[in-house]
Design a binder for this molecule. Structure first.
Ligand SMILES: *Cc1c(COP(=O)(O)O)cnc(C)c1O
Length: 473
């Protein structure tokens, strides 16, 4: 048996590359990454291609050289589809990718620290909770509030909605009488979350919006009163602080008046818009946000981190714990006298990515100032575009509260929806920029979403030039 073990050790030791091999791999990966970043402004924001090259490399028993692998990544992954690292990405809600995210992930992965339970790594847990408290403080939640670093806004919203369900004691038999209030502009992940949380059969009330796509709080109040009088169980309002379609912020203070008067849970989806609160002069738009019970916010959007970080914040951490806490016998070594709440007790996850490191590293290296400047720059770029696109004869939606603009060109002849779809397709074909569209009240609108930290004035000017060329013909 010992002979066999020694033999196997030889084979398995390949998993621990020596210093020289590591250096060689690091160098190749670094060269690749540096080339990617050095050429980022020349790279298209959108590429044709179906990524099939990835399938050309079979998984073998002995592996492939790094150079061969990188070639496949280059062709199959980094030259096909949308390039979210590009400043030319102006569709959906653009991605970020500030460099310290990569370095933070690298360190987190190499050291493989476990940030789920205080006793397993007190520093890592302190770091994650410190970041959550920093976010809570930005919102104006009390010091006792906490939350969880999740993979993104969808999971953050899901955790908040399940927490609201349990705290408001919506049991299985109550679901058909339970009422949830939202607008038609709420992000689709909220609908997914409602379904996943077992609330798919509850009553959804779509509250009408004003011309700026903001929830009408007075109608909400009347609807809640009516539903309570009818013996239903209103329990949750989901408001948006920055809708995906137009960046609208619901009147949170007025909505909080309703939820506090009628004892409903107020959840705010601020996945896209939340960090705009850091801008001077922007706070008034978010008035009352601290009165909410929970909030979802995406550092992989408004803090420009790479994909993979969304936070849920919960004012009453006991509620989050009630839904997510569990202790198994084989976890009995995790001490009860922990000085910090365990992320694993506040999340469906047990073993998890140490996500705090990437955000902490970025904030510690840069400080907050460049982030705030970058957000204001994006806000102003959207406003600039809003002005200039009107000069080209486009119809527009509301003036951008944050950094999303909707606009459409109504040609003298022909179907405007078809014409605007053609514009989107032509931009995609050009490839230097990428925009997406939406349908609002049955009309096709093109969107401009400025949130990549790399989007600059020249991208917007280039886009306006392209649009000018298209509508002139
Ligand atoms: C992006 C977004 C979400 C979903 O977040 P993910 O991080 O993509 O899961 C939810 N709500 C709004 C308003 C968003 O913009």
């Amino acid at each position: 048996m010992v002979d066999k073990i020694i033999q196997l050790e030889k084979r398995s030791k390949v998993l621990e590359p020596d210093h020289k091999t590591r250096q060689d791999w690091n160098q190749q990966i670094l060269n690749y990454a540096n080339q990617f970043l050095d050429q980022i402004d020349e790279r298209p924001a959108y590429n044709e291609g179906d990524g099939r090259e990835v399938l050309d490399l079979p998984i073998t028993s002995t592996g492939h050289p790094m150079a061969e692998i990188l070639e496949i990544i280059k062709k199959g992954v980094d030259h096909a589809g949308i390039n979210p690292a590009s400043g030319g990405h102006l569709g959906y809600i653009p991605g970020g990718g500030v460099y310290p995210t990569a370095l933070g992930d690298y360190l987190a992965a190499v050291t493989n620290r476990y940030a789920g339970i205080f006793f397993a790594n007190p520093g890592a847990v302190r770091m994650e909770n410190f970041l959550l408290r920093w976010l809570c403080q930005m919102i104006g939640y009390p010091e006792t509030a906490l939350g969880n670093l999740a993979s993104g806004g969808s999971i953050a919203n899901l955790m908040a909605i399940t927490t609201a369900r349990d705290w408001k004691e919506i049991r299985s038999r109550d679901v058909e009488r339970a009422v949830i209030y939202l607008t038609k502009q709420v992000h689709h992940c909220v609908h997914k979350a409602i379904r996943i949380a077992g609330l798919g059969e509850s009553i959804i009330r779509y509250i009408p919006m004003d011309a700026l796509f903001q929830m009408d709080a007075e109608t909400l109040r009347q609807q809640v009163i009516q539903d309570q009088a009818a013996g239903l169980k209103p329990f949750l309002v989901v408001a948006s602080a920055g809708t995906t379609d137009v960046g609208a912020i619901d009147p949170i203070d007025a909505i909080a008046d309703v939820t506090s008067a009628h004892d409903l849970w107020l959840h705010i989806d601020a996945a896209y818009g939340g960090f705009f609160m850091l801008l001077d002069g922007m706070q008034a738009r978010f008035r009352g946000i601290e009165r909410s019970d929970s909030l979802a916010i995406d550092p992989h959007k408004g803090l420009f981190l790479s994909y993979g970080l969304g936070a849920v914040l919960i004012k009453n951490v006991k509620a989050l714990e009630r839904t997510h806490y569990y202790r198994a016998n084989y976890m009995q070594d995790a001490a009860a006298d922990d000085q910090e709440a365990n992320p694993a007790d506040l999340s469906p996850e047990l073993t998890k990515h140490f996500r705090g490191m990437r955000m902490w590293l970025a904030l510690q290296l840069f400080g907050t100032d460049p982030f705030i400047a970058c957000l204001e720059e994006k806000h102003l770029l959207a406003k600039y575009f809003y002005q200039e696109v009107q000069k080209l004869g486009f119809e527009t939606g509301p003036e951008p509260a944050l950094s999303v603009v909707i606009y459409r060109f109504v040609p003298q002849q022909g179907d405007p929806d078809v014409f605007n779809q053609q514009i989107v397709d032509l931009i995609k074909k050009d490839g230097r920029l990428f925009v997406s569209s939406t349908t609002i009240n049955d009309a096709f609108w093109i969107r401009l979403a400025v949130l990549s930290f790399r989007t600059r004035l020249w991208h917007i000017k280039l886009y306006l030039e392209l649009l000018k060329g298209i509508v002139k013909n």
